[in-house]
Design a protein around this ligand. Sequence first.
Ligand SMILES: Nc1ncnc2c1ncn2[C@@H]1O[C@H](COP(=O)(O)OP(=O)(O)OP(=O)(O)O)[C@@H](O)[C@H]1O
Length: 255
Amino acid sequence: MLDIEDLAKSFGGVEAMRGVTLDFPASSLTAIIGPNGAGKTTFFNLISGHIRADRGRVVLNGEDVMGRSSLEIVRRGMARAFQVASIFPDMTMEDSLIAAVTARRGELFTLRRRAPLPAARDRAREILDTLGLSSRAGALSRNLSHGEQKLLDIGLALAVDPKVLLLDEPTAGMGAEERWRMIEKVHALWEGSDLTMIFIEHDMDIVFQIAQQINVLSYGKVLAQGTPEEIKRNQDVIDAYLGKDHHHAVAEDAR
Ligand SMILES: Nc1ncnc2c1ncn2[C@@H]1O[C@H](COP(=O)(O)OP(=O)(O)OP(=O)(O)O)[C@@H](O)[C@H]1O
């Protein structure tokens, strides 16, 4: 579904991405992990067309989208959940989603229009239902909890009917309990769809619990790839990413 070949990017003297090759099969759920500054966000920025790579190929559904704008990439099926819900503080969850669905379908959405197209409303309600937000359909964005805003951001990305969905730290800024609720929803979303999902996550418990595949980046390179079990046992990961302090704990855990 998504093949990345030899992706590279420097910012001045900083080689943020140094020839990364990764593939993401259709309908897979993959975590990207790595220490601070490893290049995770840069990876998302490059493949989604938000910044231009120095070299490499990004093949989405058989088409090289390298050099295309972020909008063109969205239209070809790769969406990214951005923090956008907070930009529309006076819109309800449902209206925000109707607006996004309508825009995707190339129609003009105005809040004054009495009745949005039924298909857009149906799709918006479907998304709310998928994310377990139906009871909050009428809530204004400004009154949403942090977790609800994050879910709405995911919902707005879903409104473009993507094949590939990128989530940049979906649990950031949440307490332990809310984190798990969030990740359960993300997992359920993936299970109930044929989405190819890629998420950046710092919480190793979450990553090991839900990811099918894990890609570890370090200093702009792929340090390791594998299933959670493989990554737990990978000596390079234990040394370079988790640090010597974790060595024991992880090795014990892997037994
Ligand atoms: N726009 C930019 N200009 C200059 N340097 C940048 C820019 N974006 C990223 N970098 C540098 O590229 C490297 C990778 O950064 P990136 O944000 O991708 O890492 P990350 O793995 O997402 O880190 P974190 O976990 O802290 O979010 C870092 O050294 C960072 O300082």
